[in-house]
Write a protein that binds this ligand. Structure first.
Ligand SMILES: NC(=O)c1ccc[n+]([C@@H]2O[C@H](COP(=O)([O-])OP(=O)(O)OC[C@H]3O[C@@H](n4cnc5c(N)ncnc54)[C@H](O)[C@@H]3O)[C@@H](O)[C@H]2O)c1
Length: 383
């Protein structure tokens, strides 16, 4: 951690159970035509959408968004003459909305701006006003400056990214996550936990992200197993919505690590929920990082950060780093997340995945450079 830092987040964040009822008033002055993006069941949010103070076109998305899905969505928004964009849904829907808002402001095609596999042009103009209303807890995408798209022709997920893509409004109402089935609660919740842990140990962490990520981990400890066991418990859903929000704020400013480096590569190869991929990797990558730090950089403050995370997750002030890794592994098991091979990942691809992960932008936030052999060992353990 250096002395200098900066911090950017959504222009306005509103958090609390029942706050979605206040959405129409929050959109005062946003124009009279908007596009609303939702998951495949817009009826889930019929009341919320009906109360909006503008003429809306609804675009639905099922699954994680691809470049083609983004093209179709922005075409619909342009045809409607949308002045503003709203996403009511999980990370997939929020990322699609962020992309549509950016393209309304900047023109062009998603591939013009997509990193890694696209043309990676800089995004120079503001997005159309964009409100993100998450229904999972979650990706924290309501407060991040990137949107993840899959480019199936390249077998790879990649981001469009700009500070100007931070939403104008992030409205986080935990009640909207009550309907999440256990599998979505598990995968999105473990993604949220990962997005607090990786920034807490990241080489880009700052005093602000440390505070946010630590509180996020405490919320995961309080809410993750409980929300999975009984999704109707509002206190557990509220804890996880806060974990997700704080994870998003942390990752947007401190970046992530090797778990997300792997997940970006693997997510383009197997059709498995992003959070389930992160969950399978989290304990093995944490163990690999801790071992590498002890072997090669024992004074690195990331080791103390891992111990702090272990205390927060287990609730035991005496917890060791090994206790924290065991808590993570046990939680992943309790939440029914299996290995990556059972999810369809071909073990023959391990070397290729390791090669791509080493150079991925997320991996650069990892607290220590892992060797190809260490990455290999972690991935094999996650199979
Ligand atoms: N931009 C970012 O900062 C960022 C960060 C992390 C992940 N992501 C991306 O987010 C996507 C994953 O998002 P996610 O984990 O939220 O899952 P998701 O948005 O793909 O949703 C998963 C499933 O849950 C359903 N669902 C959502 N809310 C529901 C509710 N309240 N009740 C019942 N069902 C509901 C959806 O319809 C879908 O079938 C991935 O594409 C990932 O790459 C983006």
């Amino acid at each position: 951690m250096t002395g200098a830092f900066e911090f950017a987040t959504a222009a306005r964040i509103v958090f609390g159970a029942g706050k979605a009822l206040e959405l129409p008033a929050m959109l005062d002055g946003w124009g009279d035509r908007a596009v609303v993006l939702t998951g495949s069941r817009p009826d889930r949010h019929a009341e919320l959408i009906a109360a909006l103070p503008m003429n809306v076109a609804i675009v639905t998305v099922s699954g994680e968004p691809t470049v083609d899905v983004a093209r179709d969505a922005v075409a619909a928004a342009r045809e409607h003459g949308a002045q503003a964009v709203l996403s009511v849904g999980g990370g997939s829907v929020i990322d699609l909305g962020k992309t549509v808002a950016m393209l309304l402001g900047n023109g062009g095609d998603p591939l013009d701006y997509l990193e890694v596999v696209g043309r990676g042009h800089p995004i120079t103009r503001p997005s159309a006003p964009f409100a993100a209303v998450p229904t999972t807890a979650g990706t924290g995408a309501e407060v991040t400056m990137n949107a993840v798209l899959t480019a199936p022709e390249h077998g790879r997920k990649a981001s469009v990214r700009a500070r100007s893509m931070l939403p104008a409004l992030a409205l986080v109402d935990p009640l909207l996550t009550i309907d999440c089935p256990p599998a979505v609660t598990a995968s999105s919740g473990l993604d949220a936990l990962t997005q607090c842990l990786e920034p807490l140990v990241s080489r880009n962490r700052t005093p602000i992200t440390d505070a946010l990520a630590a509180d996020g981990l405490a919320q995961a400890a309080a809410g993750l197993r409980a929300a999975y066991a009984d999704g109707t418990v509002v206190a557990a859903r509220t804890a996880m919505a806060r974990c997700s929000l704080l994870g998003g704020m942390s990752l947007a400013n401190a970046k992530l690590g090797a778990v997300h480096g792997f997940a970006g590569v693997i997510g383009g190869l197997v059709p498995v929920a992003h959070g389930a991929i992160c969950a399978a990797l989290l304990a093995p990558v944490t163990a690999a990082n801790v071992q590498a730090l002890r072997d090669r950089d024992p004074d690195n403050p990331a080791l103390a950060a891992y111990r702090r995370a272990s205390v927060l997750l287990t609730g035991d002030p005496e917890a060791t780093v090994a206790d924290g890794v065991e808590w993570i592994a046990e939680t992943v098991r309790l939440l029914g997340i299996g290995g990556l091979a059972a999810a369809g990942l071909d073990p023959a691809l391990v070397d290729e995945i390791v090669g791509q992960t080493g150079s991925s932008s997320s991996t650069k936030g990892n607290p220590i450079d892992l060797t190809a052999q260490e990455l290999h060992g972690a991935l094999v353990a996650a199979l």
